[in-house]
Design a binder for this molecule. Sequence first.
Ligand SMILES: [Zn+2]
Ligand SMILES: [Zn+2]
Ligand SMILES: [Zn+2]
Length: 450
Amino acid sequence: MKLRLLFHEYYLEGPQSLDVPERINAREFALQTWEHNWHCIERRGKDDSGKETRTGCGKSGKSFQPLKECPNCGSGEVKSTSWIRHVGYRSRDELLAGLANSAPQSVYHSAAFYGVPIAAHMHEKEWQGAELVFDIDADHLDLKCANDHDAWRCNNVDCHKTGTGTAPETCPVCGNSSFSTRKWICDKCLNAARKYTKKLYDDFLVGDFGFDPKKIQLNYSGHRGYHVRVRDPQIYSLDSNARVEIVHYVMGLGFKSDRVIVTEHGVDLIPSRDVPGWTGRVADAMIEFIQDIDSYPGTEKWVPALKNHRAAAVDGLKRTRPVLSKNVKGVGVKSWQEIAEKAVERYGSEIDRPVTHDIHRVIRLIGSLNGKTGFVASSLTRDNLDDFDPFSESIAFNQGTMKVIFHKGSNVPSFKIGSEVYGPYTKEETVELPMAAAVFVLCKGVASIE
Ligand SMILES: [Zn+2]
Ligand SMILES: [Zn+2]
Ligand SMILES: [Zn+2]
């Protein structure tokens, strides 16, 4: 309730940074509320002897926790959701008033334009096109720092096994496949997401596709990644298949290295950088791959050769007219082709594919608050992306302090807000924190207000 009040005050002040998407009256908005709306399903029937049976009570209500059983009758058939979909606003003022009124923990809008955005079914909405959107999130990057700061717990009440890093597919103790997870953020996650965002923007959207930078909108998600939206009417009508092709292109899927690395007159050749598209990018992708060869898990025969002759291989590729160094002993054209394929696979931007290809998807409103952190989903330009520090530049609440109690067993890793580092907090303890840090741990669900 405290968080809802803080979010209410944020929207009440009418933040200048709040984005009003073009043709706002043609967008579907979706709100994620702090409370879960639950409904107990009522079923009446007759058993074999003809006696009336009844399960569930049909009651509805609100709860701050997701419910597993009905608080009224105890039935296990309870539907619960914290989403409100198919919301519409006609102007910035209406949007701000709506957000101040409901103070949701997160707010999204459709990348699509609709004739009837508030219709409850997709076929009634009258789809009229959609922006091209990309989500680059640390969740999809498989980063080592997850082992330092992410944690999971088996949801089986008789087990409750805990571990660090990303949750396994099945619990190693009981075999259950349902887990509670806690995802954290650090500079490493965000720098990795930023690296791929820059590649997407510079190499693919502006470089290869030639989009006008003025029509590309960038923002920090408020949590573990970045969003990119191409707001160019030329691509609004692309269907889902066309968007999938764009995703595949950006990820380098289907790249055939035997078409670009060839032998002529006994010399293995690699294309020069000025050839457009992936062909001209192969040398740079290979440089990145070879420099980082120690982290490559494969066991191909060229792996030790590259490790031994790393400098020679990289020097050759760095030349104005790149060459495949003859000093990398035992690596022939076939091996170079394999290396190129692996390099392209790694170089391509890791983007959350369904976000881009689903033409009905909703995406976080720029300038709104992210309920997982209390940070602002800040708008960015390409120029300020390089030096952007989410832990200081996306802070919404910087007045005063708040006393919070860290929950027993939540094992909170250290985190940075502004220039301060807080934690780790490994036991049940009361701490007075600056407002932004307090809001962060409340949003993360690892502490309560004293
Ligand atoms: Zn009930
Ligand atoms: Zn278990
Ligand atoms: Zn991290």
